[in-house]
Design a protein around this ligand. Structure first.
Ligand code: CDP
Ligand code: MG
Length: 735
């Protein structure tokens, strides 16, 4: 019967618009799985089958084994058992004891700052309490998260706790993925999505409660939301605002919200013993690996959490750990290695939440995502190398880069705290006690180290003209604001009075960076919107399109080279990948044979579909101009002309405006050709060992004058130093 109801709901969902609601596909899959499960377990266990698996993340249909009935064939009370277990778990959370007081405080105050240790139940429990108390009768409860992964996993957890299907009463909304429906009353979302909702609903009238969670993270979007919700709250006395944070310096939030009361949830953290190194570590990765192995061999049971700076580091450590433990064979207990970072495919993300089997130990290799956003059970040991990859922005050049930097004291303490949640813990800092003293107290808020173009465009769309007087908790540097205004003006999104133009309004419809949105809007002129949305979708995936297994690198590289034949450049290569995949019916086999990641491609397809929908919304005709590569490149240039660079004698490039030296990223197809292209446009700069341009195409300098006459003058694009070199045939390193 439940199934029938679900099926009906799925139909309701469908009528709302296919892409918005993944239920139809989910149901189909469920039916298949039920069929399969029936084969496995025999028909006696119908109820059990439904319970053996649970939904996890929205449309990325993944099932995980609940682990409770492993080996059991008859467990008729399973449903009850699971329910009881969850209810018991909920009662053990620190926030549970303060439920009534909390509800009273929410009733009595419009704005409340809530502070409590990570894992005390703020994110998962408070929206449920408010739901039970009736707040969802008059509107939705919206809870923002700075990270996509957190929004998805928390929503999954809460839907499970409430015994409802994800996407129904409890849902989530992240960029390009809306897993909510008409009846969603508890909605987890990224802060970016709430900011976008302001565009359509400036008074947030469909919400009765807004919870800005993880406020201590101080993402630029959360900071902007502070200002916006504070304003809305003034003329909507019925709207409740909760600002929740894991760190104890909540006074700042309270001050900002006109001395809102602070509700402290006392934690029960256990003692954490901190070990620091005697001397600074020359190689923190190696030190981290050695520490993990030592803990595994010498210390009593308990899982390990290691903080690393990004996907690459995590993959390196994963590989080395696997290699070293394999060498030890059965001499040591099993070490289960679980990576977690934002781009990790969803089905692998779930692994970190699965209980560790008896006799084994889990080591979670995580980015900062595990510092406060995600709570992982069973962690007893933390390894903290003391670094984080953090965005930094140079308002002079307008270049944003990700840099590995030392963490703050606040971060170091949060990280250590992750080991003392369920019992006494140990934190191994791979830096000295003196180094710790030298750390900054707090991380600089993102608003002071980021490109603000996107935020400024959104604010302009909301009719906020005077940005310098916006009620910022910490104001951004005025150079950053000016730079953002300058860029938006150059892109044609603002006129010279700083007012939004039609182009700007169209650009704001796309949940993308302004340069990407401009490229899409410009594709109308060059009659190549089909191609440009493909490129935009592929660029949005980041660098997880190609797959390069260590043992098949040459094969993988050869497969990849094929897509950029003719030295068409990286954007066109991405287009070729997509179009060829499409011609093979979007199949997984094609991906496998071409060393392309199927999951990434599926996501690109999904994003592309949504961009196509948005094209219609801004009334840009969907047209293809595949035979005119120059037209496509011009559309790209129309968005990215500020990112153009010219070859120097020494083989480096120099950006044309606000000179900055950069190099072709080794992964760029243009890095393989000789002679190097003289003029290029790049998608982004990344700083590793040096500044690299990633995703690059060649450009004709005269295009810059044609496309951006207000930005480039003739002298900027003159080939003064050397004569234009004849173009070689373009020897690829592999041919
Ligand atoms: O938000 P806060 O850090 O206060 O805690 P929470 O995210 O609400 O987590 C409360 C508890 O729920 C944690 O202690 C975890 O045990 C559990 N939880 C879980 O098991 N799986 C999740 N995906 C999220 C939370
Ligand atoms: Mg939380």
């Amino acid at each position: 019967k439940r199934f029938a109801v679900a099926l009906k709901n799925s139909r309701d969902g469908e009528s709302k618009g296919k892409k918005m609601n993944p239920f139809a596909e989910q149901e189909q899959w469920e039916q298949q799985q039920m069929g399969k499960a029936a084969l496995n377990f025999g028909s006696k266990n119908k109820r059990l089958k439904a319970n053996r698996y649970e939904y996890v993340f929205g449309d990325q249909i993944e099932f995980i084994n609940t682990g409770v009935v492993e080996g059991e064939k008859n467990y008729p009370d399973l449903e009850k058992f699971e329910c009881v277990k969850i209810k018991e778990e909920q009662k053990t959370l620190p926030v549970y004891g303060y439920k009534d007081e909390l509800l009273n405080a929410v009733r009595d105050h419009q704005v409340l700052v809530i502070v409590g240790e990570t894992g005390c139940g703020k994110t998962t429990q408070i929206p449920q309490y408010l739901h039970e108390a009736g707040y969802t009768k008059v509107g939705k409860i919206g809870c923002t998260q700075p990270r996509r992964v957190a929004a998805m996993s928390v929503a999954a957890r809460v839907s499970k706790e409430m015994g409802v299907k994800l996407g129904h009463e409890v849902g989530y909304s992240i960029r390009f993925e809306d897993c909510t429906s008409e009846k969603t009353s508890i909605k987890y979302m990224t802060d970016g999505m709430l900011l976008r909702e302001f565009l359509g609903e400036p008074d947030l009238c469909s919400y009765s409660v807004i919870m800005l969670d993880e406020a201590h993270e101080r993402t630029v979007t959360t900071d902007i939301l502070f200002g916006l919700v504070k304003d809305v709250a003034r003329f909507r006395p019925d709207l409740k605002l909760l600002i929740s944070s894991a760190t104890l310096d909540a006074e700042k939030f309270s001050d900002y919200f006109d001395s809102a009361p602070i509700f402290k949830i006392p934690g029960r953290p256990y003692e954490v013993k901190i070990h620091s190194t005697k001397a600074p570590e020359a190689n923190y990765l190696d030190a981290a690996i050695v520490s993990a192995l030592q803990i595994h061999v010498k210390e009593p049971p308990g899982d390990i959490l290691m903080f690393l700076t990004g996907q690459e580091e995590i993959e390196t450590v994963e590989e080395i750990l696997k290699h070293r433990t394999r060498g030890l064979g059965t001499k040591i207990d099993e070490l289960i290695i679980c990576p977690i970072y934002a781009n990790l495919p969803t089905h692998l993300q779930n692994k970190i939440f699965e209980p560790t089997p008896e006799g084994a130990r889990k080591v979670v290799l995580a980015t900062n995502i595990a510092e406060t956003s995600l709570t992982i059970q069973g962690i007893k040991y933390v390894i903290d190398p003391g670094f984080v990859k953090i965005k930094s922005y140079n308002p002079r050049t307008g270049v944003e880069s990700l840099l590995v930097k030392p963490i703050s004291k606040a971060s170091a303490n949060q990280r250590a705290g992750r080991s003392g949640r369920t019992g006494p813990g140990k934190c191994y800092r791979l830096y000295t006690a003196y180094n710790y003293q030298e750390l900054e107290d707090n991380t600089v808020p993102e608003i002071q180290r980021t490109n603000l173009a996107n935020v400024v465009l959104t604010l302009k769309c909301l009719g906020i003209q005077d940005l310098l007087n916006f009620d910022f908790m910490d104001p951004p540097p005025s150079e950053s604001l000016l730079k953002a205004l300058e860029l938006l003006y150059a892109l044609g999104a603002l006129n010279k009075h700083g007012e939004l133009t039609k182009v700007g309004r169209r650009m704001a419809e796309f949940p993308l960076d302004p340069m990407l949105s401009k490229m899409i809007v410009a594709s109308e002129k060059y009659r190549c919107s089909e191609e440009i949305i493909t490129i935009a979708a592929m660029l949005s995936i980041g660098n997880s399109i190609f797959y390069r297994p260590k043992d098949k690198q040459v094969l993988a590289d050869n497969a990849r080279v094929r897509f950029s034949e003719g030295n068409v450049g990286d954007h066109i290569a991405l287009l070729n990948v997509y179009n060829e995949w499409k011609s093979y019916d979007y199949g997984s086999m094609w991906c496998y044979e071409n060393f392309v990641q199927f999951k990434s491609m599926k996501r690109a397809r999904d994003i592309r579909d949504q961009l196509k929908g948005l094209l219609e919304r801004v009334e840009i005709e969907v047209t293809s101009n595949l035979n005119d590569l120059d037209a496509i490149k011009k559309a790209i240039t129309a968005g990215f002309f500020p990112h153009s660079a010219k070859l120097q004698k020494d083989g480096s490039y120099r950006t044309i405006k606000h000179p900055q030296i950069a190099y072709l990223h080794p992964s760029s197809s243009l890095a393989q050709i000789h002679p190097q292209p003289r003029w290029v446009v790049f998608h982004e700069l990344v700083l590793t060992t040096k500044e690299y341009m990633r995703q690059v195409i060649e450009l004709k300098p005269e295009w810059l004058i044609e496309i951006a006459p207000h930005f480039y003058k003739k002298k900027d694009v003159e080939d003064s130093d050397t004569k234009r070199m004849p173009q070689g045939k373009g020897l690829s390193a592999f041919s």
